[in-house]
Design a protein around this ligand. Structure first.
Ligand code: PGA
Length: 257
């Protein structure tokens, strides 16, 4: 059996970015809870802005839907004005945390080595990291997509053991597809996902590439989700814009079943 062949449990995560203050977040969580409570085929998580997290955690209690952070600071506490630690996220009931999103890399100076620190901080705090990797359009057109993604993987995951890696979810998000409506084709996405799984297979025992989930992100919608999710190495989706409307997000979860 090749690593691509075993079916991993699908995982759909919604990244609400800087949308949905507590009241709106509560309403969206309530709408998701009505449909998703009790479904067991797909792992689902939502990542609200920090301020809305306690409300969403309370609303989604006993629903089976996980709550994720969008970012964290690597230190557990300290004089870091404006930052939130993994330990704090854990204390309020967060289970996953997005790390290295391209918006943070491009707009907030998250370097490869800072992203690595954040991955380790997640694991120390008992959070499951969702590590984002992906190339820009210029990098893709210059034929550097594989090299860029491999560099990001090596930097973020290189020091983790085979036992730690299965706690990590990888999200391949080509920067040119994020928020642009320009989704990667299923074939383009599958090709990079296979490259990522191959990268893992070259370095770790077979259970690592076979078990780790690799999500696709970038303009995923109800209308294109099924084509992407039917690919053998695409185990789910990290969804931005379409996660802000309950029925749009629920259509993507339904496509993953
Ligand atoms: P998008 O965002 O679905 O709006 O393209 C994806 C992401 O940023 O994770």
């Amino acid at each position: 059996m090749t690593p691509s062949e075993s079916r991993r449990r699908p995982f759909i995560a919604g990244n609400w970015k800087m949308y949905k203050g507590p009241a709106e977040a509560d309403a969206l969580a309530e709408a998701l809870k009505r449909t998703l409570t009790g479904q067991a085929q797909v792992d689902v998580a939502v990542a609200p802005p920090f301020l809305s997290i306690p409300t969403v955690v309370a609303r989604l209690r006993h629903s089976g839907v996980h709550v994720a952070g969008q970012n964290l600071h690597p230190e557990p506490s300290g004089a870091f004005t404006g930052e939130i630690s993994g330990e704090m996220l854990r204390q309020v009931g967060v289970t996953y945390c997005i790390v290295g999103h391209s918006e943070r890399r491009a707009l907030f100076g998250d370097t490869d080595s800072f992203v690595e620190k954040k991955v380790h901080a997640c694991l120390r705090a008992g959070l499951l990291p969702i590590l984002c990797v992906g190339e820009t359009l210029d990098e893709r057109e210059a034929g550097q997509a594989d090299a860029v993604v491999s560099r990001q993987l090596a930097a973020a995951l290189g020091k983790l053991s085979s036992d730690q890696l299965p706690s990590v979810t990888i999200a391949y998000e080509p920067v040119w597809a994020i928020g642009t409506g320009r989704v990667a084709t299923p074939a383009q996405a599958q090709e990079m996902h296979a490259t990522i799984r191959g990268w893992l297979a070259e370095r770790y025992p077979a259970f690592v590439p076979r078990g780790m989930r690799i999500l696709y992100g970038g303009s995923v919608k109800g209308s294109n989700a099924a084509g992407l999710l039917s690919q053998p190495d695409i185990d789910g989706a990290l969804v931005g814009g379409a996660s802000l409307v309950a029925e749009d997000f629920l259509a993507i979860v339904a496509a993953a079943k």
